[in-house]
Design a protein around this ligand. Sequence first.
Ligand SMILES: [Zn+2]
Length: 193
Amino acid sequence: MEVVWWSGIDVWFWTVYVSMGMRLSYLSPRCKASTSRIHGTGLFAVSGIREGEVVAVKGGYILGGEEWAGLEKELGPAEIQIADDLYIAPTRMEERDGAMLYSNHSCDPNIGIQGQIVFVAMRDIAAGEELTHDWATTDNEDYSMSCNCGSPHCRGTVTGQDWRMPELQVRYAGWFAWHIQRAIEGMRDEVAG
Ligand SMILES: [Zn+2]
């Protein structure tokens, strides 16, 4: 059997191809990232999206909290939490754009998470609408930010502990990430216990 060694130039082309062509996350062809009124870059519907349609799936490497904390200094927020002390995220700057979903927070969202990485339309969405999810349904972290979502439901200040709010637990029943749902059940057991 003939052994073919890759030349340096082949390896260089392969590296360029992989870093340019590969997206770690999936975005439906019905949406694309663009400048947002809410914050920085957001995700927008480019055509009508029906309730229940998958709009995005977060991809990346599975990293422990300490490992991600080291990378976050360089890469900024690009992860989502999938379990206690486990995150899914890119590991290199070249991968960051292809790993981002660019879904901004809104207190009146139109997409929501199912499981840990799949984002689904919560209602019919018209072309041009920004796709947002309520970070209370995905985040269990220490942060606080003022919210600029403009919805009548706006909480004004959004924190990484908003999943604890009883009214949100009711409003988003069935729309919490698995690890948040488990935390909510743990909280209820403590109260009942
Ligand atoms: Zn808001």
